[in-house]
Write a protein that binds this ligand. Sequence first.
Ligand code: ADP
Ligand code: MG
Length: 702
Amino acid sequence: MYLHGLDTPIEYLKGVGPERAKSLKKELNIHIYEDLINHYPFRYIDRTEMHSVSQLTADSGVVQLIGKISNVDTVGEKRAKRLTAVFSDGTGVLNLVWFQGIKWVKPQITNSEKFLVYGKINAFKGRLTITHPEIEAVSAENASGLAKASLQPVYSTTDLLTRKGLHSKGIARLAKALMPIVDQSLKETLPATISEILKLGPRKVAIKNIHFPSDKIAYQKAQYYLKFEELFFIQIRLLKLKKNRQLKHKGFVFVEVGNYFKAYYNEILSFELTNAQKRVVKEIRKDLGSGKQMNRLLQGDVGSGKTVVSLLIMLIAIDNNFQAVLMAPTEILAQQHFKSLASDLEKVGVGCAILTGSTKQAERKIIHEELLSGKIKVIIGTHALIEDTVQFKNLGLIVIDEQHKFGVAQRAKLWAKNKNGIPHVLVMTATPIPRTLAMTLYGDLDTSIIDELPPGRKPVKTIHQYEKHRAKVFGFLKEQVDKGRQAYVVYPLIEESETLDYNYLMDGYESISRMFPLPEYKIGILHGRMKPEDKEIEMQKFARGETHIMVSTTVIEVGVNVPNSTIMVIENAEKFGLSQLHQLRGRVGRGAEQSFCILLSSYKLSLNAKVRLETMCRTNNGFEVAESDLKLRGPGDMMGTQQSGITDLKISNLVTDGKILGLAREMAQKILEEDPSLEKHPLLLNELQRKKKRFKNWSRIS
Ligand code: ADP
Ligand code: MG
């Protein structure tokens, strides 16, 4: 009935039945035999070492003994009721005690057999005792198996399953029952060439040893196999997606570097590009001329100059008679891009407009028309650009700033805006993301990295201070402002309690207003409850130097550029995530003067918060910050990962398995280069299709 045994519904497994099957499905997503096999233990009890009673002290910890159990007795009444027994292995004796499960344990103990006893030693009234030991009869037949099953699997389970007898051991029993089927019918998934190169051995051995490893080495090998396999299939899927796209979609060919580009580059651009910027422009130009559709991720630290790169690329699009879109995640950012780019674009004669949620209807109509006629060549905006009413004459390039805020479906909608083909796509991240995460999350994109800041930047000095020293900190802020510089004071934003945050911000605003009285000092305020126009007005005032101190929530987080601001004080810095702190810090240090970022916190700091603040003080390098952030939070909580499916990794770990991931990607690349459609690798193709069917959320990555 079922093809290879492992696709049999779980209820058919002996010891499961319909009731438990229902719970297994609901609680652990285990539907068929194979799912259970893929439910790997999350740790192991080490049973490689055997102890003898004579060596033991009260501090011996968890021990494993072999011997006889005698003097079994139930003593005490009601809540004090317990089962006691004496264990002896010939070198000495100790007590065993059970308070719970007496009626299960008692019948297991017989005088004739030897027992394996496992548990933590303690001393009770001067006698060595193990409370709630695990015991297992050692009959002749499993005595030989004993030495082998030295690492005992521990499975994750749930309360409900435990109540139905499927505690870790219960699950282990089921897994064990499946091992003969694994032996018989588990198929290889990896090409023989890879298994040989990496000395991976057969898959069934890996599966058997991940559940019931014979020793530590066997376990490590199994773990390596399964980690590689997991990461490899993600990579092959992403890279295949990329290949398919390249094969399917011809890219518009941008051959010309024409007058617009040259005019801007030679006459308007007021600084020399950094070497990293030049390299990246070259990489992108190569894509644009290749005849393949570009899908490239541009990573660079805060302030590394991604915008000008995107502008140059947009000019190339226009030189080739295409239009370009620059999409930002917020109104403020879109406005800012527009402000900084529109005048330059107009200087070289490129029509440019902005379209956001707050664009008036009448204006909108004109923009729609001019996009269709081709009069507008660059359109800058927010999500509003995605709407179906926005159509183009000939859209050739999409630049997405600060990608993580956009969903996959939104990307796809933009793609569809040229009937003759798919526009080139350049995605820019707000801050660097760790290498392993980039490879997984954006594994279907090519990557360019700007790893160099424009010259003359002084690294921001970051200092952690306790709130007690707030007066001193604001005294320093005053010195800066009196020197003619501008300052940010940032308050946390915790979405669950907007009102509280708001009050907190307002309190802060008031006390700062008292500290910095009018007319000498002007203070601006910026928060999420303001209308976009008002935010814009405040931001503009600050940008023009009309306000000296900007009191704000994290709405200034991304992109905003005011080079004269040299100091930022972050209140309750312990409440911010690491990437967010780094992004905020990027608002200062944009001019020639020395800048400061002061992190204020309470004394009560979690270990995690301490590491965050220390990391900020230690390094200005966004790539380092990102790695540290990944270590602290794990991939699941990093921006953009929640809906990506990579949090479903079963066995590998993006923090520690970077090497295996690199290898997996390399191998996947090699295979796809030689065999893009995988027709020579039916095993892989088959497995990919199977996985796709079984894990629908995989498709969400791309
Ligand atoms: P980000 O990568 O964070 O988006 P921006 O593109 O906003 O950074 O650039 C930050 C600032 O650096 C801008 O004021 C920009 O004009 C300036 N800039 C960019 N490239 C250079 C360069 N090569 N030399 C000098 N200044 C530069
Ligand atoms: Mg930017």
